[in-house]
Design a protein around this ligand. Structure first.
Ligand SMILES: Cc1cc2nc3c(=O)[nH]c(=O)nc-3n(C[C@H](O)[C@H](O)[C@H](O)COP(=O)(O)OP(=O)(O)OC[C@H]3O[C@@H](n4cnc5c(N)ncnc54)[C@H](O)[C@@H]3O)c2cc1C
Ligand code: SF4
Length: 277
C-alpha cells in the first residue's frame, strides 16, 4: 500500500485510483485492518485540511480534544466532543473524520451480507439490535454513532468542501435500494471547514452504557436561536436525526429491542430543552 502526503488540496485529487483519505486514522485504520475498506493508496490529508478554530469557522482537521476545551465553541458541540470516545482517541480524531465514521452495527462490522453491504436483508432487524435505530430504520436499522454530528445538526452548521457548500443535514441520506451509502459525499471529496452559527444557548446530553468511553445509546442536542429551538439526535437513526419537536418522538418506529430508546430520549429531550431555557 502506498502512502501519499500531498501539500495542497489540488494535489489530493491527483494520482492513482482506489485511494482513501486518511486523517487521524482512528476510524479508518481498523476498517482497513478488518478488510471493510480496501485501498491501494492512502492519502494523508493532515497537511492540507485546515485545522483550528477562528470565530464561527472550524477547520475539518481540528481534533475533538481541541474543540472540547475552546470557549469559542458552542456548549453543545464542546460537550458532544468531551463525551465522545476516549482522551487518546479525541487527541487523534478529527471532526471531519468523526462526521464520516461508519456504522458500529456488529453485523456490518462482521461482514454479514446485509442491506448496507448490498444484500437484501437487515440482519439486525431479525437478530440482536439493542443499540439500533428507532427512526428511519425500514431498510437499515443502524444507529449513527457521532455525538458531534447531532450537536452540529441542532446548531445548523454548514460545511465547505473542495467542491461545494452544503448544510450538515445535506451531508447525510438514508440508504436506498439504488445507493447503500449514508452520505452524499462524492469519491475523493474533501471536507475543509465547518461554519457553526453561535446560538443564544445550547446543550448536549448523552445516555450511554458506561459513564465514559461509550457510543451514544441516545444523544440529544438542543440549540436556541432567536427564531426557536432546534433538536438533533445521535444513536437513533442510520444518520444524525433532526427532530422537529419533542412531540415528533411519538412517530418513532422502534424495533422490539429498541423501544427503551424512546423512553430514554423523552427525559433527555425535556432536560436539554430546560437547559437552553
Ligand atoms: C473505540 C472508539 C470509540 C469511539 N467512541 C465515539 C463516541 O462515543 N462518539 C463519537 O462521536 N465518536 C466516537 N468514536 C469515533 C471517533 O471520534 C472517530 O474515530 C474520529 O473522530 C475519526 O476521526 P479521524 O480523523 O481519526 O478519521 P479517519 O479515521 O482518518 O477517517 C474516517 C473517515 O473519514 C474520512 N475523512 C476524514 N477526514 C476527512 C475530510 N476532511 N474530508 C473527507 N473525508 C474525510 C476518511 O477517508 C475515512 O473514511 C470512537 C472511535 C473509536 C475507535
Ligand atoms: S442495521 Fe444496517 S448495517 Fe446493521 S445489519 Fe441491518 S442493514 Fe446491515
Amino acid at each position: 500500500m502506498e502512502l501519499r502526503q500531498p501539500s495542497s488540496v489540488a494535489e489530493v485529487a491527483n494520482g492513482a485510483s482506489n485511494t482513501v483519505l486518511l486523517a487521524g486514522g482512528t476510524e479508518l485504520v481498523p476498517l482497513l485492518r478488518d478488510g471493510l475498506v480496501e485501498a491501494d493508496t492512502l492519502v494523508d490529508i493532515r497537511g492540507v485540511v485546515p485545522r483550528g478554530i477562528d470565530g464561527t469557522t472550524i477547520g475539518a482537521g481540528t481534533m475533538l480534544a481541541e474543540l472540547e476545551v475552546d470557549p469559542e465553541v458552542p456548549d453543545a458541540l464542546r460537550e458532544a466532543c468531551r463525551l465522545a470516545a476516549s482522551p487518546q482517541l479525541r487527541s487523534m480524531g478529527t471532526i471531519g473524520g468523526n462526521l464520516l465514521q461508519a456504522t458500529r452495527c456488529w453485523y456490518w462490522r462482521l461482514q454479514y451480507p446485509c442491506f448496507l453491504h448490498g444484500g437484501d436483508r437487515c440482519h439486525a432487524r431479525e437478530g440482536v439490535h439493542r443499540e439500533h435505530a428507532i427512526f428511519g430504520n425500514e431498510r437499515c436499522a443502524s444507529a449513527h454513532p457521532s455525538d458531534p454530528a447531532a450537536a452540529l445538526l441542532a446548531l445548523g452548521a454548514r460545511l465547505r468542501t473542495d467542491r461545494r457548500e452544503l448544510a450538515l443535514a445535506e451531508l447525510y441520506r438514508l440508504p436506498t435500494e439504488d445507493d447503500r451509502g449514508t452520505t452524499t459525499l462524492e469519491p475523493g471529496e474533501l471536507i475543509l471547514e465547518l461554519e457553526v452559527p453561535r446560538p443564544e444557548a445550547s446543550a448536549y446530553l448523552k445516555a450511554m452504557d458506561r459513564a465514559r468511553w461509550a457510543f451514544p445509546l441516545v444523544g440529544v442536542a438542543a440549540a436556541r436561536f432567536a427564531d426557536g429551538v432546534r433538536l438533533g439526535l445521535a444513536g437513533v437513526a442510520p444518520i444524525p436525526w433532526a427532530l422537529d419537536s419533542p412531540a415528533a418522538l411519538e412517530s418513532a418506529t422502534p424495533l422490539p429491542g429498541t423501544a427503551y430508546k424512546v423512553e430514554l430520549a423523552r427525559p433527555l429531550i425535556r432536560r436539554a430543552l430546560e437547559a437552553v431555557g
